[in-house]
Design a protein around this ligand. Structure first.
Ligand code: CU
Ligand code: ZN
Length: 492
């Protein structure tokens, strides 16, 4: 009796399993949503075969820093899937779309850039997660409870500390989200209303995440001249609340601060040596991107030539222009352009050229650094190219061209390292019985094609993206829109 054939057999590739160990020539068999076998499967049959000769077969990439809270419900997520991402972690920077109180509506400004939230059928964070599960997104989705949204639910945009009762309400939101399977708590301490929080308030909220085995993830209070104080605050929160801490998109903003990641990283290493669990992530570009309104609070990129308008709702003619060019078009002095644009388009998003490549390289090459796109999926405009290109860019630029990382190490940063950090269960490694989230790519040609001028372009060199055993992308097009699932935190 011949055995039942496998559903899928990926033959002849080099398996880079995600752990960092050297790639080995092997076949990979998939049954249902799981990896069934890895090895020499020459005599085996399958319903579908993929020839991976000359290709790398790796676990699907995990984007630890996504802002796709709404996009996973309302878009095909092609910008992530086509770059090999099979799991997205949403709820970053303290921003998001849950919990949701229909009377208060969405958090101003920051939530606007997350795109159309569709019909918000959820109230609590757990209900949002259930909605994601029901929607069957194109990629897997894990969630962080966003502190800014929790604060908004309790006290709106008030610039004050919460009362004891309000703090209890905030803690209850975090507890509820964690109980529903969120991976942790995130903060965004430059954005209102999150930045109105004092450290103690965050520690109290983070204790709820700690009790459930979650992680604290932070867009820290300052990424420029007060970088060290901001890193110290994040570390203190992790320490006092008793949970691992992760610094989001670690960087040094503004020329005066270039080089400061030397100090921040040695401080993090010191804390790690003392037994505290601190890690970080990065996007592989020297430009950042966020709401234009954040520029007023943190004008490190103050030169209007270094600010590029990415999306300006209602004024598409300004998209792709620098702030100086926009000021000329509006017939305004450059220093008045920002507020004029914000008055008309409060949700405007910009790109800021504020970083030094040496800092990016120092951060990306650290063994505790993961990869997160921080892509902002605004429906229109010219988004930062990281939305489409982050993961291929790491493999192209830092693995192939600069030789800063081995291929195995580059893949580890995008797979097993984040899967363990965020407790994603049996994901992030190619192992028998683990989730069949797989990407097949050509290490010699994988490349980020998206540019600042033309950001909406799929990467090159990726042959297949498999999500939970389903071929979701092949030959440069999306083949399946609903292969993903909600990923709950799995302790232990
Ligand atoms: Cu972010
Ligand atoms: Zn951020």
């Amino acid at each position: 009796m011949p055995e039942k054939p496998y559903d899928l057999l990926i033959r002849g590739g080099t398996v880079v399993d995600g752990t960092g160990s050297p790639g080995v020539r092997a076949d990979v068999a998939v049954d249902g949503d799981r990896i069934a076998a890895i090895g020499d499967l020459a005599g085996e049959a399958a319903a579908r075969e993929i020839d991976a000769a000359g290709r790398i077969v790796a676990p699907g990439f995990i984007d630890v820093h996504a802002h796709d809270d709404a996009a996973v419900l309302t878009t095909p997520m092609d910008f992530k899937l086509m770059q090999g991402v099979t799991t997205d972690i949403v709820g970053n920077c303290g921003a998001g779309i849950a919990p949701h109180d229909p009377e208060r509506g969405a958090v101003p400004a920051i939530s606007m850039v997350l795109g159309d939230i569709g019909e918000a059928r959820w109230r609590s964070f757990g209900e949002y997660m259930a909605e994601v599960e029901r929607a069957k997104p194109a990629v897997n989705v894990a969630c962080l409870v966003p502190h800014g949204v929790v604060r908004y639910a309790a006290i709106g945009m008030d610039m004050r500390a919460p009362s004891a009762g309000e703090l209890d309400e905030m803690r209850e939101h975090v507890r509820e989200g964690m109980a529903a399977g969120a991976a942790g708590l995130s903060t965004g301490l430059i954005y209102p209303p999150g930045r109105f929080a004092e450290t103690e308030e965050i520690i109290e909220c983070a204790k709820e995440a700690a009790a459930e085995g979650g992680v604290y993830v932070s867009h820290i209070r300052d990424e420029g001249e007060r970088l060290m104080e901001a890193v110290e605050e994040a570390v203190r929160i992790g320490d006092e609340a008793g949970l691992p801490a992760q610094i989001s998109h670690h960087k040094a903003n503004g020329e005066k601060s270039w080089g400061r990641t030397q100090d921040s990283i040695s401080y993090i290493e010191e804390r790690r040596a003392a037994g505290q669990d601190v890690t970080f992530d990065v996007y592989p570009y020297t430009a950042g991107s966020t709401v234009l309104s954040a520029f007023i609070a943190q004008p490190e990129g103050a030169d209007p030539d270094n600010v590029l308008l990415a999306s300006v709702p209602g004024r598409p003619e300004l998209e792709g222009k620098t702030l100086r060019e926009a000021a000329e078009m509006l017939d305004l002095p450059a220093e008045d352009a920002t507020s004029a644009i914000l008055r008309h388009s409060p949700g405007a998003v910009a790109i800021f050229f504020t970083m030094d490549e040496a800092d990016v390289q120092r951060v990306v090459s650290h063994e505790q650094c993961m990869i997160g796109s921080d892509g902002i999926p605004t429906p229109g405009g010219k988004p930062h190219p990281r939305l489409y290109g982050t993961f291929p860019r790491v493999l192209q630029k830092y693995v192939r061209e600069e030789r800063l990382l081995s291929l195995e190490e580059g893949v580890r940063k995008m797979t097993s390292l984040p899967a363990r950090r965020f407790k994603l269960g049996k994901r992030g490694e190619l192992r028998e019985g683990w989730a069949a989230d797989i990407v097949v790519f050509d290490a010699d040609t994988i490349a980020d094609v998206a540019t600042y001028e033309e950001p909406r372009q799929y990467p090159a060199g990726i042959d297949y993206v498999i999500v939970n055993g389903t071929v979701a992308a092949e030959d440069g097009h999306q083949a399946e829109h609903h292969a993903g699932t909600l990923v709950r935190r799995e302790n232990g």
